[in-house]
Design a protein around this ligand. Structure first.
Ligand code: FRU
Length: 526
């Protein structure tokens, strides 16, 4: 929030940027976007509402945009769902399917969709200077929305109370709506409950904890069965933080613990240090940040929250693929910013305490629904690299690629993918595994246009443990992004990149020794 810029001072960016438009990551047609909002599955459609500026491509005039998809890869944008007006901006929030019509906005036979959003009140409003929680409802499956006349439904008279995520909870005394929201500047998640979505009772607070050097935003709380065991449920609390994330600027952390209908109690193993990371000594603070649990170790995954109402108990999250450090200056126009891929999350205790793993949802169909979304372009089973490189298919204009590799690093000192590389080798985004430090590094310092903001050129890294000596990578490249899911999704790194028009080559190499490539597959959008 503190990093928002004065819209009027910003340049719109170069017009010739259509080549950066992603194929399978959602972008708004011709406007700005930030956080995903109101993620809900309803009647066969995934609804993605999102923070948008209907009048421009920098942050401002915050309203909820709207898009739908059947497969989370191909999206259709619809008119603005909930618009700002002279009294309020519409900040982030969630949507629930009110199956029992507890709110009275629909009927028992035709349950309403209810949006719980933050009213960021403007100077002229009665509640000026505060952020409070409000309702809007839809009785046509999410296509049109009506603001509730009794708004706001929950105020703390606070200027930084926002981002309500509401879910259904079955308690011993019946079903409740539970809200997780934040007191952003106090690094605190606050929990409330309600029977009807209109009147709310305070339950408890959580935080500060772990990464607490920025504002806490966009929380989410949901249960998952550890390794699929329904008798071993744990709760995941997502807390986004800006700035102060592990790679710099904004990012998403999570905690694993229990929720008893009133309070979230973190497992001791999900706390980095009893006092969080607010050490005065910056080296200690950086080391402590490494101990926090991060959804993504890259620069560009923020405000991640999950869909509600997805069949079969699947839990799917989407993040905003950007960073408040430079979000308003991305070199694209007229659209600016995109979402991450949808990612299915699971909890596993296979390697110690329960931790999240994420898998991108790529299983959709082609636009004409006739073929799988991604088809194999290249598959190689086993070969060796010794101080040598192997060329993969080029990145294709208007297409996205998924590269999957399993590598035995052997005695090589570096396993390296060079993506979006030019033929001279001077430009490229580097994904490198470094066996000595056991870290996976994503380096975009020579990835193309990095000069639009001083904080953009960067290299970020995550600790990575080989499984039976094997490095397992799934990399999704889509025009202006590289998303890396390593070791079955237990380590995730997402970075934006803006490569030159001719920088389309992809290479895999082993340096300083000998490595065995056990498997290498490249698929492209069909
Ligand atoms: C997070 C955030 C939210 C707020 C919204 C405003 O990126 O700052 O806390 O509701 O963006 O656009």
């Amino acid at each position: 929030m503190t990093t928002f810029l004065d819209a009027a001072r910003l340049e719109p960016g170069p017009a010739e940027t259509a080549r950066f438009r992603p194929a399978v990551h959602f972008t708004a047609r011709d406007t700005w976007l930030n956080d995903p909002n109101g993620l809900v599955f309803h009647d066969g459609l995934y609804h993605l509402f999102f923070q948008t500026n209907p009048y421009g491509n920098v942050w401002g005039n915050m309203s909820w945009g709207h898009a739908t998809s059947r497969d989370l890869l191909h999206w259709t944008e619809h008119p603005v769902a909930i618009a700002c007006d002279e009294t309020e901006d519409i900040f982030s929030g969630s949507v629930v399917v009110d199956h029992g019509n507890t709110s009275g906005f629909g009927t028992a036979d035709a349950p309403p969709l209810v949006a719980i959003y933050t009213s960021a009140y403007k100077a002229t409003a009665e509640y000026s200077g505060t952020q409070a929680q409000s309702l809007a409802y839809s009785i046509d499956g999410g296509m049109t929305w009506h603001k509730y006349g009794g708004n706001p439904v929950l105020s703390r008279n606070s200027p930084h109370f926002r981002d309500p995520k509401v879910f259904r909870y079955q308690g011993e005394d019946g079903a409740w709506w539970i809200m997780a929201a934040v007191e952003a500047q106090h690094q605190r998640v606050v929990f409330y409950r309600s029977r009807d979505l209109k009147s709310w009772e305070f339950l408890s607070g959580f935080g500060p904890a772990n990464a607490d050097q920025g504002e806490w935003e966009c929380p989410d709380l949901f249960p998952l069965a550890v390794d699929g065991d329904p008798d071993n449920l744990k709760w995941v609390l997502i807390v986004n933080v800006n700035p102060g994330a592990v790679a710099g600027g904004s990012g998403g952390q999570y905690f694993v613990g229990q929720f008893d209908g009133v309070r979230f109690i973190p497992d001791p193993g999900s706390l980095a240090a009893p006092d969080g990371v607010s050490a005065l000594d910056s080296i200690k603070a950086a080391a402590a940040l490494q101990q926090c649990l991060w959804l993504d170790w890259g620069r560009d995954c923020y405000a991640s929250v999950s869909f509600t109402n997805v069949p079969d108990g699947r839990r799917i999250i989407i993040g905003w693929m950007n960073n408040w450090d430079y979000a308003n200056q991305l070199p694209t126009s007229p659209w600016r910013s995109s979402m991450t891929l949808a990612r299915e999350v699971r909890l596993t205790a296979a390697h110690g305490p329960a931790r999240l793993v994420q898998q991108p949802v790529l299983a959709g169909h082609s636009a004409n629904e006739e073929q799988p979304a991604f088809k194999a372009l290249m598959h190689v089973d086993s070969f060796d690299l010794q101080d040598s490189s192997f060329q993969l298919p080029d990145a294709e204009p208007r297409n996205a690629q998924v590269i999957e590799a399993e590598v035995l690093p052997g005695n090589a000192r570096r396993i390296e993918f060079r993506l979006f590389a030019d033929t001279g080798g001077s430009e490229g985004t580097v994904l490198r595994f470094d066996p000595d430090s056991s870290r996976l590094v994503l380096d975009r310092r020579r990835s193309g246009d990095t000069r639009f903001h001083g904080k953009f050129a960067s290299a970020e890294s995550a600790p990575l443990v080989l499984e039976d000596g094997v490095l397992k990578l799934q990399i999704v490249v889509d025009h202006c992004s590289v998303e890396v899911f390593a070791q079955g999704g237990s380590v995730v790194l997402t970075d934006l990149v803006f490569p030159g028009a001719q920088a389309r080559e992809n290479w895999l190499s082993a340096a300083g020794g000998h490595a065995t490539i056990l498997k290498l597959t490249v698929s492209a959008l069909s």
